[in-house]
Design a protein around this ligand. Structure first.
Ligand code: SAH
Length: 277
C-alpha cells in the first residue's frame, strides 16, 4: 500500500490535472464526538414526532422523539432483511439520517424509502446503503482502509462510511449538493471525511489505491480508472447497466492477476454523469 496522502492537498492547482479539476480543496471535519440527543427536542426531532405514526415512533421521557430508538428499530429491520456485518449495523444505528433530509421529510427518514435531496437526486433507501456497504466490506474483519465514494449527494452515506472505513474521500459533481453535504456533515465533526467537488468518473487518483470504491450513481459501465485506482484485494460496488438493459449492482474484486466481477440484484440509481455543474 502507498502511504496515506496528506489532506487537504496543498498542491498548486496546476500540479496535477486531476487535482486541477477538483475545486475547492477537500473539506476536512475536525474531531468531536457524534452529536448527542441533548435535553431539548430540536426542530427536526419535533418534525419527526409530528410526522411519525404514534405506534411506531417512541417518545423519550416526554421531551420529544428519541431518534436513537427509531434507528434501533431500523437496524433490527435491516438485520431481519439479512444485513449481517456488525460494523455496518452499528454505523447505521449511529448516523442520524433525519439530519440529511428536509424537515418536512424527517418523519420518513427511518422508513425503508429513498428520499429526494434536491436537484433531482435522491438519498438511497437504508437497506440499499447497508447492502452496498456490506458488499464493499466483504471479508474485512475491522475497519476498511481508504474508501472513495462517487456521488456525495446529501452526505449521508459518507457519514455512514466514516464509521466503517479509516478515511473517506467523497466526490460530488453538483456544486449545490457538495455545499449542502458540507453543511449537513459539519455538526458530526468527522475528521476522516473529505468532500470534494469533482467528476467522479475520473476517480480521485491522489488518494489511490483504495480498499473500496462505492458509487451512488449508475453508469453504462464501470469506468476502468476506478478499477485502476483500487488496491489489490479491494472491492468496488457500483450500480451499472447490464446486458439486459437493466441497472444492477456490480461488485468488482481486484486480484493480483486481474479482477472478478459479480452482477447482483437489480437496482434504481440516478445516472452517473460526467463533468461538474
Ligand atoms: N450517497 C448519496 C446519494 C446521492 S445520489 C447520499 O447519501 O445522499 C447520487 C449522487 O451522485 C448525486 O448527487 C449526483 O449528482 C452524483 N453524481 C452523478 N454523477 C457523478 C459524477 N460523475 N461524479 C460525482 N458525483 C456524481
Amino acid at each position: 500500500m502507498k502511504p496515506r496522502p496528506s489532506f487537504p492537498a496543498k498542491l498548486p492547482a496546476s500540479a496535477s490535472p486531476a487535482l486541477a479539476s477538483l475545486k475547492p480543496a477537500p473539506t476536512t471535519f475536525a474531531a468531536r464526538p457524534l452529536p448527542a440527543g441533548g435535553n431539548r427536542p430540536s426542530p427536526l426531532d419535533q418534525a419527526l414526532a409530528r410526522h411519525a405514526p404514534a405506534s411506531s415512533m417512541p417518545l423519550s421521557s416526554g421531551l420529544g422523539l428519541d431518534s436513537g430508538a427509531v434507528r434501533e428499530r431500523m437496524v433490527a429491520k435491516l438485520a431481519a432483511q439479512g444485513v449481517r456485518d456488525a460494523w455496518v449495523l452499528q454505523a447505521m444505528g449511529r448516523i442520524e439520517r433525519h439530519r440529511f433530509v428536509e424537515t418536512a421529510l424527517a418523519g420518513q427518514a427511518y422508513e425503508d424509502t429513498s428520499l429526494p435531496i434536491g436537484l433531482g437526486q435522491t438519498i438511497s433507501k437504508p437497506n440499499v446503503v447497508a447492502r452496498m456497504l456490506e458488499l464493499l466490506r466483504q471479508g474485512a474483519s475491522g475497519k476498511l482502509g481508504r474508501v472513495l465514494e462517487i456521488g456525495t449527494g446529501c452526505g449521508y452515506q459518507a457519514a455512514v462510511l466514516s464509521q466503517v472505513a479509516t478515511e473517506v474521500y467523497s466526490l460530488e459533481r453538483l456544486r449545490a449538493l457538495h455545499e449542502k453535504a458540507k453543511k449537513n456533515l459539519l455538526p458530526f465533526r468527522l475528521p476522516n471525511v473529505h468532500l470534494m467537488l469533482g467528476d467522479g468518473m475520473l476517480g480521485y487518483p491522489k488518494g489511490a489505491p483504495y480498499a473500496g470504491i462505492i458509487s451512488a450513481a449508475g453508469g453504462q459501465e464501470v469506468p476502468m480508472v476506478w478499477v485502476d485506482q483500487l488496491a489489490v484485494g479491494g472491492r468496488l460496488v457500483a450500480p451499472t447497466l447490464t446486458a439486459s438493459g437493466q441497472q444492477a449492482l456490480v461488485v468488482i474484486h481486484k486480484t493480483a492477476t486481474g479482477f472478478d466481477k459479480q452482477v447482483l440484484e437489480a437496482v434504481h440509481f440516478v445516472p452517473l454523469k460526467s463533468g461538474i455543474a
